[in-house]
Design a protein. Structure first.
Length: 76
């Protein structure tokens, strides 16, 4: 498994790929940020993935973002 790719769960439904990218951008260079959505409705499934360019930035993001509250939901 790629240790630079982070699972981000319990996201508010309004989070988009761009806003997910923006949430994690301060921790380092992001290669990809994607929110997984339902094929039929297009609605977010409440989770996504953020891939960092290097492992140290990914570890820092995990340490600081885990359990951070966003729109009343704790990010995992």
């Amino acid at each position: 498994m790629d240790s630079k790719k982070l699972y981000v769960g319990n996201l508010p439904w309004a989070v988009t790929n761009e806003s997910l990218h923006d949430m994690f951008a301060s921790y380092g260079e992001i290669v990809e940020a994607i929110v997984i959505s339902d094929r039929m409705s297009g609605r977010s499934k409440g989770f996504g993935f953020v891939t960092f360019a290097n492992e140290a930035d990914a570890e820092k993001a995990v340490a600081e973002m885990h359990d951070k509250e966003l729109e009343g939901r704790k990010i995992v």
